[in-house]
Design a protein around this ligand. Sequence first.
Ligand code: G3P
Length: 220
Amino acid sequence: MRFFLDTANLEELKTGARWGVVDGVTTNPTLIAKEGVPIEEQIRKICDIVNGDVSAEVVATDTDGMLTEGRKLAKIHKNVVVKVPLTRDGIRACSLFSREGIRVNVTLCFSAGQAILAAKAGAYFVSPFVGRIDDTGWNGMELIRDIVQIYKNYSFTTQILAASLRHSNHVIDAAKAGAHVGTMPFKVLDALFSHPLTDKGLDQFLKDYAKAFQDAPVSR
Ligand code: G3P
């Protein structure tokens, strides 16, 4: 499973990149707006930090507008994946982009039927939003399992990018379900490191070692 950071914050991305476990980045208009920097400038900076796919989302809602914005975004860096919403105009833009060789992440996917449309339009990624489905009282992970099954049945090559992952169990369950990618906020990635037995075990190892050797004579 590839790990993407779902953030446009450069400090978070630098920290994640230093750990060596970040394979890419997803952004959306909300995350870009939070950083207060125009999208093209911010995406360029992100591509300098993380060597992997970087999703940059259009804000136009009509196909022609999406094509104009998306082509501009795709020119920023070879790793840019253009993100479009799962609307009729978005799906049409996706199929046109894919014929031009521009990779597309179809976002705001909330049903298996929508995921089939994204695959048929040649999407590189489809982004089902697990947490937001959970918020409505349904089971977001069921959707991931359904899409994995359907894509397998028809050998669709679109990769399933599990999004809106809110905690460690979301990441683990998406991996068990067979999602190709999990995108998560920095705090979720950070939380994956934590286990009280790791802390306790390390503490004990260091204490035992210090007790045995701190007063021992230096060997020659
Ligand atoms: O990539 C989609 C993600 O940003 C949505 O997450 O937690 O706002 O539902 P959330």
